[in-house]
Design a protein around this ligand. Structure first.
Ligand code: PMP
Length: 419
């Protein structure tokens, strides 16, 4: 039975149970924020002593920090196959997270855009705010591609923006096919890689992806840094995303000339440690044997799928799984349990079993409206530190819950679900 593929910090910390005593924490919430890799934590500790302002100070620590920051940028770009050199084809802008990266792209896009209704809010509301309407995903993947193609042909948008993998169903979109489709109709393609990048090798040049956004905190680095990797021309032509020091070439009291990307969109003191941590995560994952991440997660996902199938009333949410098409999935499974509110299930798993999952609508309200009639659901998600034992604990806990019978609840003093 598979154990963890890499060491993460905080694995197995003792968590108190409502029934008394403690158990080692079982983290099945990697899709929200993954624990930091041990190698990332160690790298951050070595970087802290020589920590100073980048791009400005003249001291030794500033020089070291500046070099480390720019090396981190290059490393992150390499990790996702960014092409630099000729015309600086892709640039790597350090942002706060995926949401920030997609908002930056929305501020720079040169024309109308197209997105699907299955997106995380981060890849939905920035476009909706600018008047874009979502294309409805069809009950089959092939049908969804056809719907997108029809819309691309009819409306000729400047940009198609899609998620790489759904944060709700874990289903992976065929990015090379979508890139070809977009380009054939004169559009560029942006990918919300928040969920895909931690689980699959993504090579933007090989796939034909023009823009890719992802977050460090889902890629085994601490909170606070993400990136937008993307083609230079729109980013250089756009107004600075934030105005301030660092983004400028020259300022007089009459006006400002702006630097090119990435500096143009990185006003203010950047998150140097965040970028270093993200680069350390990229390096650590890149050093794992080819295919190991996918194989590890697929073995665990199969175990989870098989176990859930054996539990009456547990219903995984899927977009296309019922269509008979071969749809790839990452280690993210969202389900409802007949007769048990999602909030109760999640509280029970934590309080009685020390298992961390997420419940709710996962910042994807339109998708949950479709798949669960607007109800909330429970999400279990896997990563490098996950093991078969974590999956088995979840399955065992759900089995015990079902034995209590529908309608069971904690007799909270306020009548709520909280123990
Ligand atoms: N897109 C997807 C698919 C996500 O799962 C998330 C995080 N839940 C985001 C975007 C937003 O990421 P962040 O909160 O790091 O900006």
């Amino acid at each position: 039975a598979p154990g963890p593929l890499a060491e993460v910090v905080g694995a197995g910390v003792p968590v108190p149970l409502v029934t008394g005593g403690t158990v080692p924490y079982a983290n099945l919430d990697y899709a929200a924020s993954a624990p930091a890799l041990r190698a990332v934590a160690d790298h951050v500790a070595t970087a802290l002593p020589l920590y100073s302002s980048v791009h400005r100070g003249a001291g030794y620590a500033s020089a070291v920090s500046t070099a480390a920051y720019e090396a981190a940028r290059a490393c992150i770009g390499d990790f996702v196959g960014a092409r630099s050199g000729v015309d600086g084809e892709h640039v790597v802008v350090v942002t706060r997270n995926t949401t920030d990266a997609l908002n930056l792209l929305a501020s720079a896009v040169a024309g109308p855009t197209l997105h699907l209704d299955v997106e995380h809010h981060a890849n939905l509301v920035p476009w909706q705010l600018r008047g874009a309407r979502a294309v409805t995903a069809a009950p089959t993947l092939a049908g969804t591609l056809a719907a997108l193609e029809a819309e691309l042909a009819a409306t000729r948008p400047a940009l198609l923006t899609v998620t790489g993998a759904s944060n709700v169903t874990g289903e992976v979109l065929p990015l090379a096919t979508l890139a070809e489709l977009a380009h054939r109709h004169g559009a560029r393609i942006a990918v919300d890689g928040a969920q895909l990048v931690p689980h699959r090798r993504v090579d933007v040049a090989a796939l034909g992806i023009d823009y890719l956004a992802f977050s460090g905190h889902k890629l085994y680095a601490p909170f606070g840094a993400g990136v937008l990797v993307g083609r230079r021309d729109w980013l250089d032509a756009a107004p600075p995303y934030l105005a301030g020091g660092g983004a400028v070439r020259r300022v007089t009291l009459d006006g400002t000339t702006w630097a090119d990307a990435p500096a143009r969109h990185e006003a203010g003191t950047p998150n140097v440690l965040g970028a270093l941590a993200l680069a350390a995560a990229c390096r650590t994952i890149a050093a794992l044997p080819a295919g190991a991440v996918q194989a590890h997660e697929e073995a665990l996902l199969e175990r989870l799928d098989a176990g859930l199938r054996g539990l009456d009333g547990v219903r995984p949410l899927t977009l296309w799984a019922g269509s008979g098409e071969d749809v790839e999935r990452i280690g993210v499974v969202t389900f409802t349990v007949d007769g048990y509110p999602a909030e109760l299930v999640a509280q029970y798993l934590s309080a009685e079993h020390g298992i961390g999952v997420r419940d709710g609508r996962f910042c994807a309200h339109p998708l949950l409206d479709r798949l669960a009639s607007g109800a909330t659901a429970v999400r279990a998600s896997l990563g490098l530190g996950s093991s078969a034992a974590d999956v088995d604990r979840l399955l065992g806990a759900l089995r015990s819950l079902l034995e209590r019978g529908p309608g069971w609840t904690y007799a909270g003093p306020d009548g709520d679900h909280l123990p």
